[in-house]
Write a protein that binds this ligand. Structure first.
Ligand code: FES
Length: 309
């Protein structure tokens, strides 16, 4: 039996061609089918065993060096080792050093890149098909985050409840909000008053108040000649509720008990940590005398007004 050894010199019919780097076994017959010749140019050529004429000092081939250079290069991905295929005792029987005998990978298991492509292609097709199914669910879940603010008008009080000017009162109303797919209703309150001309001037300081949406579009303008004013019930410092009451220093003022911010009748800061005046809300008076507002909320703790609801 012809039994080439690893690292044996390989000689063609005309000249040296390289040395044996591996042998390839036939998995069915369990005998050698090829030798792998590492040629002088660094390539590894798969040479059929029947081209081996003799094995003594080295491997002598029947073919020339040019013919060897025409045999296919070894594609390592097309072969496994005997160890990987667990063919016990094969290398011992072939008298080959362990780890140097290769077995061809079956045709059906080759071409991994192509199979990888088809796997990715299948995933992509499935993803495309899933979009119409997933879209309504995703839209339903994330819609509240991107939904425009509600500019719904809510009745808070009536003009006939105000006989005196500069006598603010707190009014409750029901607020319903949606959080994802949950809806909850709770009580809120704001302050409303009929403002005297002096107070109105302090609130508006000579100009109408514009309210803008996220895109910067004006969605409402409070006219400075409308004497009914609504203040948000939340203190602009950190959002606590506040009262209209007398204090040591001021006969009447809006007092926030949380950190003792005090505001005058026009909402201006008299003392305390509040970073801005009380928030005036979009307000209108209907022909029937209802005082309506849009329940806007601004971020607490900052001097400018950034709408959050
Ligand atoms: S929350 Fe009103 S003063 Fe701090």
């Amino acid at each position: 039996m012809i039994q080439p050894k690893i690292k044996m010199k390989v000689v063609g019919s005309d000249r040296d061609v390289g040395e044996v780097s591996n042998v390839i076994a036939d998995p069915v017959t369990k005998s050698l089918s090829h030798i792998v010749v590492c040629t002088d140019d660094g390539g590894q050529r798969v040479v059929p065993i029947d081209q081996v004429a003799d094995v003594s000092e080295g491997v002598v081939l029947r073919c020339s060096a040019v013919t060897v250079s025409g045999y296919p290069l070894l594609c390592r991905d097309d072969y496994t080792t005997v160890h990987q295929q667990e063919v016990a005792g094969l290398e011992a029987r072939l008298d080959v050093d362990p780890g140097h005998t290769l077995l061809p990978v079956p045709e059906g298991d080759r071409d991994i890149p192509r199979r990888g492509f088809f796997t990715k292609f299948t995933i992509a097709i499935n993803a495309v098909l899933a979009i119409p199914l997933a879209y309504p669910v995703l839209k339903f879940l994330i819609h509240p985050m991107y939904a425009p603010y509600s500019n719904q008008w809510v009745k808070l009080a009536s003009t006939n409840q105000f006989s005196d000017a500069d006598a603010p009162r707190s009014y409750r109303f029901k607020k319903t909000i949606k959080e994802g797919y949950l809806e909850r209703t709770f009580d809120k309150s704001h302050w409303a008053m009929k403002a005297s001309p002096g107070t109105l001037e302090s609130v508006y300081q000579g100009k109408d108040i514009e309210f803008r949406d996220k895109s910067g579009e004006v969605y409402w303008v409070n006219r400075r000649n409308v004497p009914y004013v609504v203040f948000s019930g939340k203190c602009p410092h950190l959002g606590c509720g506040y009262k209209w009451r007398s204090t040591k220093k001021y006969s009447m003022a809006f007092l926030c008990p949380c950190h003792l911010s005090i505001y005058d009748i026009a909402g201006g800061v008299l003392t305390g940590p509040a970073p801005r005046a009380l928030d005036v809300l979009p307000t209108r008076v209907t022909p029937g005398g209802d005082i309506e507002m849009i329940d806007v909320e601004f971020k607490a703790g900052r001097a400018d007004r950034v709408r959050v609801i």
